[in-house]
Design a protein around this ligand. Structure first.
Ligand SMILES: Cc1cc2nc3c(=O)[nH]c(=O)nc-3n(C[C@H](O)[C@H](O)[C@H](O)COP(=O)(O)O)c2cc1C
Length: 187
């Protein structure tokens, strides 16, 4: 009789354990899509991602806006990168802790992310978070930004990113879907 009770309680324990595990696996992930965009290409990609994964959007914007003129901003960004200038950001995330997965999007500026994204990355603790990078560019794809990202967030899991040519940013729904499906994040 004693053995029977012991066997039964072990079985119950195993069943409850398995149920708890599967509930844990099925718990929905909270997703943030954070992006910086100067001329709108990265914003277009960020909005598409956000809609498809049912995430929350956050724009990384500087207090002092960048000039609209292309040549002027190109030169300014070059100088900012050279001097490691840290622009002040307009707003802060309320609570990074609530997010499991964080998409980080940016235009390729001089082969890496803009200094504003560097500031954003330095403001929060991304350790044990899953980071998914995406960028828009005009030929250099991610450049060195993935190496730089790993340096800034050494304790994060960085997943396969997506680089989209700026001119295709508004028209890349299919590519975005394939990528999100591979990441098992398509809702
Ligand atoms: C300051 C600056 C630097 C850039 N540097 C590069 C670069 O090194 N490689 C590249 O492929 N594209 C470069 N581009 C092109 C942008 O990455 C591209 O146009 C991007 O889609 C712009 O995104 P946005 O509209 O979200 O700002 C640069 C653009 C700017 C304004």
């Amino acid at each position: 009789m004693k053995t029977k009770i012991l066997l039964l309680s072990t079985l119950m324990f195993l069943i409850i354990g398995t149920q708890a595990q599967s509930q844990e696996a099925a718990a929905p992930k909270k997703i943030l899509v954070a992006y910086f965009s100067h001329s709108g290409n990265t914003r277009a990609v960020a909005n598409q991602i956000c809609k498809k994964v049912n995430g929350e959007i956050f724009e990384i914007a500087t207090v002092k806006a960048y000039p609209a003129n292309y040549n002027t901003v190109v030169e300014q960004a070059k100088q900012e990168q050279k001097s490691d200038y840290r622009p002040e950001l307009k707003s802060k995330l309320k609570n990074i802790k609530q997010y499991d997965v964080i998409f980080i999007g940016y235009p390729n500026w001089w082969s890496t992310y803009p200094q504003a994204v560097k500031v954003f990355l330095s403001q929060y603790d991304f350790s044990r978070k899953t980071i998914i990078p995406f960028c828009t560019h005009e030929g250099s794809e991610f450049g060195n930004s993935l190496v730089d990202l790993k340096k800034m967030c050494p304790e994060s899991t960085i997943m396969e990113g997506l680089a989209i040519r700026g001119s295709a940013a508004h028209n890349s729904g299919d590519r975005i879907e394939v990528w999100l499906r591979q990441l098992k994040l398509l809702k």
